[in-house]
Design a protein around this ligand. Sequence first.
Ligand code: NAD
Length: 322
Amino acid sequence: MWLVTGAAGFIGSHLVQALLARGETVRGLDDLSTGRRSNLEAIAQSPGAERFAFVEGDIRDWGVCAAAMAGVERVLHQAALGSVPRSIADPRPTHEVNVDGFVNVALAAAEAKVAGFVYASSSSVYGDSDRLPKREGEEGRPLSPYAASKAADEVLAQGYASAFGLRAVGLRYFNVVGPRQDPRGAYAAVVPRWLAQLAAGEAPVIFGDGETSRDFCPVANVVQANLLAAEAPDAAVGRAFNVGLGDRTTLLQLYTLLRDGMAARGAPCAGLEPRFDAFRPGDVRHSLADTSALREALGWAPTVSLAQGLDLAMDAFVASGA
Ligand code: NAD
């Protein structure tokens, strides 16, 4: 059995579907704080849904984590509070979920002697390092409580791997894109937020001059990395790897792709110009993954391009009527 924490979230729900598709039995744990019941409904309509069981619970509760681990062989730990701005506005919940909750899930996994423990880290651990592309071992200082929480998780995972033999592998996701990303709220990621605005004919806001760049990675490639990391060879245990496409896209380029893609799907946004606002504190200027370590250690290779990933995200957004 596999345990996916954050199963009602964007990435977690894709992981559950991929595991069910290959015949696995999956338990999903989520407190539905930022996750959505609609993601659970999507899982319920997937092939193999009868092999999925959902547990509503909070990873800050040790008892919940210990109980969720019963009979589990592999863990994909995704539950966390995302968003750099959220962590700056209200740092304590980010710490409690992303660090204290991480400790609960990881120690419960170690006690249960699971065969694989994969956890979501983040490209934000590169912090103020301005080297490009970002390479494992060249981290800078964290620029936000969110980045600090993910960096702390990586250190804890190393300690647990050494002391308890936890077969922990961290995955530093760069900006993940795909169907079912949540467009709601002040802390929504850029792609779903812009899709919602473009669909309504409202001009999205670009923070900064539009030359800020990111390595946007379709979620299918992230799923693939998780499945490989859960069965990682000894040499990969205790390490954390970049997961991105290795391509850099500026916010202005992304804007044009989404605006034109949504206009082609009938949204009232043809030729719509973006609005510009000040840079946000804590945001890094450029982000680009060197993925050679992940390729070498786990044999990973991306199968979905950014254009395909954005098409899937736009198609799903339009189909959902959101
Ligand atoms: P998401 O918000 O859609 O999913 C996170 C899930 O965790 C949600 O369903 C939420 O309800 C759940 N959760 C939060 N607190 C919880 C708690 N205390 N107990 C149980 N469940 C809880 O976000 P996502 O984009 O799917 O992110 C998944 C993971 O990937 C997170 O760890 C995030 O930090 C990391 N990550 C995401 C990206 C990205 O681009 N989406 C980039 C880097 C890292």
